[in-house]
Write a protein that binds this ligand. Sequence first.
Ligand SMILES: NC(=O)NCCC(=O)O
Ligand SMILES: [Zn+2]
Ligand SMILES: [Zn+2]
Length: 463
Amino acid sequence: MRTLIKNGTVLSATGASAADVLVDGETIAAVARPGVFADDAADTVLDAAGRYVLPGGIDAHTHMEMPFGGTFSHDTFATGTTAAAWGGTTTIIDFAVQAKGTSLLSTMDKWHEKADGNCAIDYGFHMIVSDVNDTTLKEMESCVSAGVSSFKMFMAYPGVFYSTDGEILLAMQKARDTGSTIMMHAENGIAIDELAAQAVAAGRTDPVQHGLTRPPELEGEATHRAIRLAKVTGAPLYIVHLSAAQALAEVAAARGEGQNVFAETCPQYLYLSIEDLAKPGFEGAKYVASPPLREKHHQTDLWRGLRTNDLSVVSTDHCPFCFNDQKQLGANDFRAIPNGMPGVEHRMDLLHQGVVAGELSLARWVETCATTPARMFGLYPRKGVIAPGSDADIVIYDPKATQTLSADTHHMNVDYSAYEGLEITGKVETVLSRGRVVVSPDGFSGSTGHGKFLSRDLCQYLN
Ligand SMILES: NC(=O)NCCC(=O)O
Ligand SMILES: [Zn+2]
Ligand SMILES: [Zn+2]
């Protein structure tokens, strides 16, 4: 089956050019000057005049069916990957979660059981390490061999996922030795828990307290500590969901010294703020995620960080919990509100809105949302670029179409939108996943089970 995408503007991390793309089966066969291929070279011809043709988005941070806070994030691998496809994301990297007292290998098996045969787009796993011991450290080697080449650790959530500095050091040494990457949730969870307990003891239990008890200084401090531990061990470090100017300054300083330190931010930190957490009544619970939404001035720094490459990747940290039941677990105590927000469907659109607003170039849009995540997590050049031999994961994007984000129209399995009513310029028109049209103006034509597990190489992206 051959598909010709003609008359479009093909985007890459280095720019834009008028070109036609020929897809043969699951991969890209050729990219050529407009008109080089006759229509009869293909079984299907897609006219992309006036549209961008870009590599499918790669969301390197999602949590489908994640056990957290006494419940599970509400998107399954089936619903979450379908929503991702609607939004122009053709690969997710989700997190397998090691529970304390269990092994990494049994955890990996468990996550394969959840995801295999259920995804609409291709997927990989990172491994959350929450129990550092000799077995875990040894098993990190087997994870890397099995294509799970990045490990998330937590300086937050004492008693749940938290690791001590010593445990982090040991895992970083193993990452250095295996060439794998440590991803860090950098917030000082020990100090935060004290602040949160003080707030509750004083009767301050509403959702905004989640933000007020997790000050940006404690994200900056933990980021600094993680960077120093990475320096001592020589491990590459990737800071996840960076939200605060203080943390960005630490990353920028380390990168300035040539250390292999990278960071991602998420659309919620670029568009939403602590004012959302402070909405009347319990409404703010919709916006409870960690790190918390910050004061608006941090957004200026984050957009700048994306331009300067101190922030290399935009991921969503998609972790949806329904407002009408799951978020209500914390109705009397903000500490019990499950942490996480929905977003996997809207990352490409929200970052394109950054292009419209003059915050990002088209090339940086593609680079931060597709090309760099592919290189960072061992998927390049199979993913993240429109080039001969690469998987035909392609988005045809209409930059002039408009849309209004809403829970009434989104496809994520959650009962609210964090961006309800937000007007966006630009819209996904057609999505190909390994050569198959999965979204078109006629609707969703993919299927759960089409998505394949991606055994990933090591990071190919060095500072
Ligand atoms: N971010 C969040 O609040 N929930 C998901 C788990 C995590 O990434 O820390
Ligand atoms: Zn985290
Ligand atoms: Zn996360």
